[in-house]
Design a protein around this ligand. Structure first.
Ligand code: ADP
Length: 482
C-alpha cells in the first residue's frame, strides 16, 4: 500500500510545465538535431562525391571531343614536324601540348618540354594509335614528363605517303582537385543544412511534443485524456489506465484509513462503555466496604451493606461474562452443524415460563416442527433466549409473547412498551439501552441484541425490528430462504 502511495506521489509530481518535461524536450531536440544533421551530412557527402564523379566523366568526354577537334585542325603543309612546328601548332590550339612522332612512336617535335624521351611507343595512346585500325588512341594519366594529370589523344596522319603520329594533350583537373574546389560551396551547403536542421528539429519537436505535452498535462491533472492523433492513442490509453489504477488505489487507501479510524473509534467507545458500566457497581462496593470497615453500622445496616456488595459483585461478574461472550463470537471458528431450532425454541419457552408467569404474560407457540438450521446449539440458545427474554422483560403485565418459527424465518413479537422510532436503528448497537436506569437490572447491559446481530451475521441471516411505541415490538430473523 505504501508503494501505491509512493507511486501516486511520484506520478503526480510529474509537472509537465516543470523541469522534467523540459529535460525530455531538450534531450529529444538534441537527438533529432543530431540525427537529422548526421543523415543530411551523409547525404550531402554522397551527393557531392557522386556528382563530382559524374561531372568528371562529362569533363573527360568534352575534353576528348575537343582533342579530336584539335587534331582535325592539323595541316601538314602549315607545320613542320619538329619542335618549332609543334610549338606553332600548340599556339594555334591555345597552348595544348603537341607532340609529333614518326610511325614508330619516335618523337620528332614537342611543344612543351625539351630533351624529352625520344621513344614514345610505350605510351598507351601511341600504342593504340599504331595498333588499331582507326589509327586513334586515348589515354588519361599523370604525365611522366610534366608530372601532371593529362588527357592524350593520338592519331596517325599520312604526309606524302609516310605515316606520322600527331598527339595533342591537355591538362585535366583530377577528380580529387575537382572535389577540393567544391569544398567552399559544400561548406555553404553545410551551413544552410545546419540551419535547415535546426528549423526542422524545432518544428518536429513542436508538432510531436506539443500533443504529448498536452496529454501528460491532462493526465497529471487527473482527468481522462483524449487525443485526436491515432499514434498517441496507445499512450493516452496507458495514461488513462494508470490514472484509473491510481484513483482506485487512492480510494482503497482512503477506505482502509476510514476502516482503521472506525475500528479505533469503536474500540475506544467499547472501552469507555465497559469502564462506565463497571464504575457504578465498583463505587457502590467501595462505599459499602468502607462503611463496614468503619464499624459504625448497626446489624440491619450491616446486612444491607453485605447484600448490596454481593448483588453488585454479581452484576460485575455478569457484565464480564457478557463481554467475554460478546467477544468470543468473533473469535469463534468452530464449524456449524444442523440444529433443530423448533426443539430449542420450545425448550426456551419452557425455561422462561416462570418468569413470564410472574407478570401474567402469555407465551404463544406458533412453532413449526423440524425447522433445521445450520448453526450451533449454544449460539441458537443465546439468540432465542435474548429475543424471548426481552419480549417478556419489556412487556406489560398481562401481555403476550408470540414465537413464530418456520423454515423461512423466526419471529418473536410482544405486546409490550415498544421502541421509539429514533431508537429503532440503535437497539442492535453495543451497550445501547433505552432506559439507562434499567441498565444492569436483570443483566441488561445493552449487549443482548448486539450478540443476536452478530450470530445472525455469521450465518448470513438478516435481523430486523418493527415496533410501535406503547403497542409492542416484533423482531424477525430472516433465514434468507425463499
Ligand atoms: P438489554 O440487555 O438492555 O436488554 P439488548 O441489547 O437486549 O440489551 O436490548 C437493547 C435495548 O433495546 C434494551 O435496553 C431495550 O431498551 C430495547 N429493547 C430490546 N428488546 C425490546 C423489546 N422487545 N421491546 C422494547 N424494547 C426492547
Amino acid at each position: 500500500m505504501e508503494a501505491a502511495i509512493h507511486e501516486c506521489m511520484a506520478f503526480n509530481s510529474c509537472n509537465p510545465t516543470g523541469c522534467n518535461s523540459f529535460i525530455i524536450i531538450v534531450t529529444m531536440r538534441k537527438r533529432i538535431l543530431l540525427i537529422s544533421l548526421l543523415v543530411t551530412t551523409i547525404a550531402i557527402i554522397i551527393y557531392s562525391l557522386v556528382s563530382t564523379q559524374l561531372y568528371y566523366n562529362i569533363a573527360l568526354e568534352d575534353r576528348a571531343h575537343s582533342l579530336e577537334v584539335y587534331v582535325n585542325m592539323f595541316d601538314e603543309g602549315a607545320y613542320p614536324l619538329d619542335d618549332e612546328g609543334a610549338k606553332a601548332f600548340s599556339d594555334e590550339l591555345n597552348g595544348a601540348r603537341v607532340t609529333f612522332m614518326d610511325g614508330e612512336g619516335n618523337v620528332l617535335g614537342e611543344s612543351e618540354a625539351e630533351n624529352i624521351e625520344t621513344d614514345h611507343s610505350d605510351r598507351e595512346e601511341v600504342r593504340e594509335a599504331i595498333g588499331s585500325d582507326s589509327g586513334e588512341g586515348f589515354a588519361v594519366r599523370a604525365s611522366d614528363t610534366l608530372s601532371q594529370e593529362m588527357m592524350y589523344y593520338c592519331r596517325a596522319v599520312e604526309v606524302d605517303g609516310t605515316v606520322y603520329l600527331v598527339r595533342v594533350a591537355e591538362f585535366l583537373q583530377s577528380q580529387w582537385s575537382m572535389y577540393v574546389r567544391l569544398l567552399p560551396s559544400l561548406a555553404a551547403y553545410f551551413i544552410i543544412d545546419i540551419l535547415g536542421c535546426l528549423v526542422f528539429t524545432f518544428i518536429a519537436t513542436y508538432f510531436i511534443m506539443h500533443p504529448v505535452e498536452e496529454l501528460t498535462r491532462e493526465a497529471a491533472a487527473g482527468g481522462t485524456v483524449k487525443t485526436r492523433y491515432h499514434e498517441l492513442s496507445t499512450l493516452a490509453d496507458i495514461l488513462n489506465e494508470r490514472n484509473r489504477n491510481i484513483e482506485w488505489k487512492m480510494s482503497e487507501v482512503e477506505e482502509e484509513k476510514k476502516l482503521v479510524e472506525r475500528a479505533q473509534n469503536s474500540k475506544n467507545e467499547f472501552i469507555a462503555n465497559i469502564t462506565h458500566e463497571m464504575n457504578t457497581p465498583l463505587t457502590s462496593i467501595k462505599g459499602y466496604a468502607e462503611l463496614l470497615s468503619s464499624g459504625m453500622l448497626n446489624e440491619e445496616q450491616t446486612k444491607l451493606a453485605v447484600k448490596t456488595i454481593s448483588s453488585q459483585t454479581e452484576r460485575l461478574t455478569n457484565l464480564i461474562a457478557c463481554i467475554i461472550n460478546y467477544n468470543e463470537i468473533d473469535d469463534d471458528t468452530l464449524p456449524p452443524y444442523d440444529v433443530d431450532l423448533s426443539k430449542l425454541a420450545r425448550e426456551m419457552l419452557a425455561v422462561v415460563k416462570p418468569e413470564a408467569d410472574k407478570s401474567g404474560i402469555a407465551l404463544i407457540d406458533e412453532i413449526d416442527d423440524n425447522v433445521i438450521v445450520q448453526s450451533r446449539h449454544e449460539l441458537m440458545t443465546q439468540l432465542l433466549g435474548n429475543l424471548i427474554r426481552n419480549a417478556i422483560r419489556y412487556n406489560k403485565k398481562g401481555g403476550t409473547v408470540t414465537v413464530e418459527l418456520n423454515y423461512k424465518r423466526l419471529v418473536v413479537s410482544d405486546t409490550g412498551i415498544g421502541i421509539a422510532p429514533e431508537n429503532m436503528d440503535k437497539v442492535f448497537s453495543r451497550f445501547f439501552t433505552v432506559d439507562k436506569s434499567h441498565s444492569g437490572k436483570n443483566g441488561g447491559f445493552g449487549l443482548g441484541l448486539a450478540v443476536c446481530r452478530k450470530i445472525c451475521h455469521r450465518s448470513g441471516w438478516r435481523i430486523s425490528v418493527q415496533s410501535e411505541l406503547g403497542k409492542g415490538s416484533t423482531f424477525t430473523v430472516d433465514f434468507g430462504l425463499r
